[in-house]
Every structure is written in C-alpha cells, then in structure tokens.
Ligand binder design. Structure first.
Ligand code: SF4
Length: 414
C-alpha cells in the first residue's frame, strides 16, 4: 500500500459500525469464536507535515520549527508498552511508518523507533518495514540513514511530475525535487513505491499519461495510483477546483491501467500495481481483513481475540496524545469498541473486494467468526448480476464488479 493505502484504511476503519466501551455485558451480537487469529501488522502515525495540502483529510498537522522528536518517541514507547497485553506472543508481519510526513524525522529518531519495535515485538529480520517520505523534506543522506536503521521499503508521495499540478495540489515540492527524491530512494532501497494521483485540477488526458509514463520509466517495483477526491472538511471541499469530469476520469483510469499492464505491472488491488513478488505485505494484510495495531496520534487498530474483534482509536491531537500516552493509564485511547456481528459483512467486503484475486472463502469465517451463510444471499444475488465471481474457492469481484465497486460494497451494508 503504498503510503496512501495505509492511511486510507486507517480512515475507512473509522466508520461508526461499533459499540462503545461496556461491551462485556452483551454477548449475543458478537463473533462466535475465532479458532485462529489473523496476521498482525503495526501502523505508526507521525502526524506532522510542513504545510497541510488543501485536499488532505488525514490526521496531519502543520509544524513550525522542529518536530518534538524525543517527546514523540517517549510517548510512542509508552503507547506501545500499554498495547502489548493485547498482542502478547503474536508475530508482527509488517510495519508501516506513515503520516503526516515521517521523512521529517531524523535518521536517529527512526533508528530509535525501529530498535524499540525490535525489542518489544516478534519481528523477523526480513519483516517489511515501510517508511513514507515526501519529496521536499529530504535532507541529503537521510534515506541511507533510514535504510541503516532497518527501513527496507520506501514509499514516496510524488503525486505528479507536473509543476502546475503540484502547485494546484498545494504540495511543497516541485518536479525537480520529485526526480531527485526518486533517484535518492533508488540508491538506498530495492523496494520503492511511488504514489501518483490523477484527475487533478485542470489536468488533461495527455498530462495524466505523461505522469504515468515518467513514473514507469523509473522502474520501481510498486506504484499506487489514486483518483483525487474532494473529501469533506478540506479546503478543496470548500473551494472546489475544476477537475476532470467523470467521463474523462474514467478514460484516464482505463489508460493508466493499459500503460501499467504494458509495462508488466499487476493491478492486484484497485489502486495498487506491482511487479511480480513485490506486493505490499502491509497493504495486503489490510485488504485481507488482517489485524493491525495502530500507535501514534489518531491511529486506528483492529485487533482480534478468540471471542471478539475490537477497534481502538487514539487521540488525534499530537499534543494531547503525547501528554496522555505517558500517563500510562490508557487515556490516550479515545475509543475502544467491539465490532458487532452485523457489521462484519460490510467491513469484510469493503476490504476484500478491492483485491483482484479476492480472498479464500474460509477467511470470512476465520476472520469474522460468522458463517458464510450470513452473506450467501447477497453473494448469490451479485453472482447472478455478474458482479461477484462464481468461484467455489474464493470471494472476489469480477471486472464488472470492480467498475461498480462502491455499489457492490454497499450492497453488504444491510
Ligand atoms: S503531505 Fe500528505 S499527509 Fe501531509 S498534508 Fe499533504 S496530503 Fe496530507
């Protein structure tokens, strides 16, 4: 996932589908029993950016001056320590340091952070550790320090190579900084993702294709390509720029897929493209309805236990989170709720239908505790419409289903 995927899933997981604390009193609407827990990933939120982009609805905060690194690391350690009882003994399959702009952190801070994770968590030496970086924040030599600290995958928020588009997006970098950052990333990492956006303000089809062609020529092994969306409560929602209409956006999307497939990229998820063997482990875990512990301000967690699946959300405000996390009394956790049984069909399908290959059918039972029969009626209806594949082994959308993905996902809401 690319960096944006990670933040996207953090955002998707904030849906009001759950019950608040006090859930222990009522068990009739809970999971039946989870015989095995799903894989567990770690998400770490670094909340600061140099300047907020007008389209951004992630938990990002402008920073004037230096990041309070030591205070942040101390709070992160405390947050992690308080989370350990929830994940005792579990292997961590991937780590994603997202934001915000994690590349504002010094190499020493990232080194201290990863050493902390290695000391507290079960992590294999080769575990995927992604750090999200933004061009324009890259001091010379910083990427090699991240690599030495243990980061083995870098996700760069390039967005576009067109200066006019980057200005319209309010990005702090220009195209020359984007090129410089990619070259620096490739010097230090074998595993590099580029985030690119399309349907940008006043973007033409040729400009969109040019961005994609430039990106593929860098021969990174992963690309994440997103449609710009005008999210509520952003500056773009209040003052909408002129963006390509639905027809042009659809043509852009089709052309992007064609170009990337010509270059051998596998579109394994709606927005994610990889060369063989380079799918993002972290993002796959999200889309396969795995577990994740999210630490840092505003981070979301989904954690399974034999008799329930819970969600947690940390306090969003960085100062508040830092002050509360070090009190060691869990007050930095803004909410903790059990996912109700009738929320699982939508929650599960919202994720797994984004994957080109879907997931094995047994995941539904294994990861929700609910029988497949609870969604079979809606599945059958959509198999008949040609939106879900008639596959005895897997739950997956058809090509047509992907075209109408939102509607298909919504069908499982009831
Ligand atoms: S750099 Fe990314 S996280 Fe920061 S404000 Fe811009 S879009 Fe949001």
């Amino acid at each position: 996932m690319s960096s944006r995927d990670s933040r996207l899933i953090q955002k998707l997981s904030s849906k009001p589908t759950v019950r608040s604390r006090g859930y222990t009193k009522d068990t009739k609407n809970r999971v039946q029993l989870l015989y095995a827990l799903p894989p567990l990933a770690l998400y770490v939120h670094v909340p600061w950016c140099i300047r907020r982009c007008p389209y951004c609805d992630f938990n990002s905060h402008s920073i004037n001056g230096e990041i309070p690194e030591q205070r942040y690391l101390q709070a992160l350690r405390s947050d992690l320590e308080q989370s350990l009882p929830l994940i005792w003994g579990r292997q961590v399959v991937s780590i994603f340091i997202g934001g915000g702009t994690p590349s504002l952190l010094s190499g020493a801070a990232v080194d201290e952070m990863i050493s902390m994770f290695r000391a507290y968590l079960n992590i294999w030496p080769e575990t995927e550790i992604t750090l999200e970086a933004n061009p324009g924040t890259i001091e010379s030599g910083r990427f090699s320090k991240y690599a030495r600290a243990g980061v083995n995958r870098l996700s760069l928020g390039v967005q576009s190579f067109n200066d006019r588009a980057l200005t319209a997006l309010g990005r702090i970098h220009d195209s020359s900084e984007a090129h410089k950052a990619i070259k620096a990333a490739k010097d230090d990492f074998d595993n590099v993702n580029l985030d690119i956006m399309y349907a940008l303000p006043n973007q033409t089809l040729d400009e969109c294709k040019e961005d994609i062609n430039i990106a593929v020529n860098y021969k990174t092994n992963h690309l994440s390509v997103y449609h710009l969306t005008l999210e509520p409560n952003t500056i773009f929602a209040k003052y909408p720029p002129k963006v390509p209409d639905d027809d042009l956006s659809a043509i852009m999307q089709d052309d992007i897929v064609c170009i990337l497939e010509d270059y051998g990229f596998d579109r394994y998820e709606v927005s994610a493209y990889a060369h063989d063997g380079n799918r993002s482990i972290h993002n796959m875990n999200y889309w396969e309805f795995g577990d994740y512990l999210g630490i840092g301000p505003g981070a979301h967690s989904k954690l399974s236990f034999p008799d329930k699946v819970i969600r947690q959300v940390r306090s969003r405000n960085p100062d508040l989170w830092m002050s509360k996390a070090v009190l060691n009394n869990s007050s930095h956790i803004a909410s903790e709720e059990v996912i109700e049984a009738d929320s699982f069909p939508f929650e599960f399908m919202l994720n797994v239908l984004r994957l080109r290959d879907g997931v094995p059918k047994q995941y539904y039972y294994e990861r929700t505790g609910q029988p497949l029969s609870s969604i079979q009626g809606t599945m059958d209806k959509n198999i008949e419409k040609g939106l879900i594949a008639n596959d005895p082994m897997r739950i997956k959308a058809t090509d047509l289903g992907w075209r109408f993905l939102n509607n298909l996902q919504m069908d499982f809401l009831s």
